[in-house]
Design a protein around this ligand. Structure first.
Ligand SMILES: [Zn+2]
Length: 237
């Protein structure tokens, strides 16, 4: 019998971890962690004390960064900055500790509804994995159920779970769409995201105020131009 979720067949470059998504990967993996990274499980399962040690380690590293910048980590204004930054960073990446199972929490219902459902302009705060600085924007998610619907607030929470990790906008968009496709098995899913990346705005590569758009269209949204148009015009208005 064919395995339900075959092992990815991508070429593996020695010494390099695989980017956490591919067409064959599934968000409902063995640990239920939804495309975890290598330290995800130990981070989620750690004790209060282990969490404290982890944050102290980050704070020490931040002290080093401050010194390297030519600052004095012992001056009053910076004294608590390493600790603050450590706990902020843990919060910004708390999505590593969540799984799609926790997020959905049994909020998937059988329902005789086959019309388009859209949640639009959900605020997104994420960290670009290339520079570890924020990118922020809005995301709109649509799907056409196949007699299975999800609580509306869950769409935003799925987006949040993937956003609170180190990301690239393209992957974030795709992870949200693929996850909904798998858990709801709908007729189609559409995800459109518009974001502004501080790594670009602040370094002058991109003019401030410009933004990056990404989209992922699956099922009927990909195959039927009329359905896709309907979604796009609904999120524009
Ligand atoms: Zn960047």
């Amino acid at each position: 019998m064919e395995p339900l979720h075959p092992t990815p067949t991508r070429p593996v470059i020695p010494g390099r971890a695989i980017t956490p998504i591919s067409r064959q990967d599934t968000p409902i993996d063995i640990d239920g962690l939804s495309w975890p990274s290598i330290g995800t499980k130990s981070r989620r399962d750690e004790t209060e004390e282990q969490r404290h040690i982890r944050e102290e380690k980050i704070a020490e590293a931040v002290k080093t960064i401050l010194s390297c910048l030519g600052e004095d980590p012992e001056r009053e204004g910076l004294l608590k900055t390493p600790d603050r930054y450590a706990s902020a960073l843990m919060f910004f990446t708390k999505g590593y500790e969540q799984s799609i199972k926790d997020v959905l929490n049994e909020a998937v219902f059988e329902e005789d509804h086959e019309e388009m459902v859209i949640v639009k302009n959900v605020d997104i705060f994420s960290l670009c994995e290339h520079h570890m600085v924020p990118f922020t924007g809005k995301i709109s998610i649509g799907y056409i159920p196949n007699r299975r619907v999800v609580g509306l607030s869950k769409l935003a929470r799925i987006a949040e779970m993937f956003a609170r990790r180190l990301q690239v906008q393209e992957r974030l968009t795709k992870q949200i769409a693929s996850t909904l496709m798998e858990v709801l098995q709908p007729q189609g899913v559409a995800v459109v995201m518009e974001a502004s990346h501080l790594c670009m705005c602040m370094r002058g590569v991109q003019k401030p105020g410009s933004s990056t758009m990404t989209s992922c269209m699956l099922g009927v949204f990909r195959n039927n131009p009329k359905t896709r148009e309907e979604f796009l015009s609904l999120i524009r208005n």
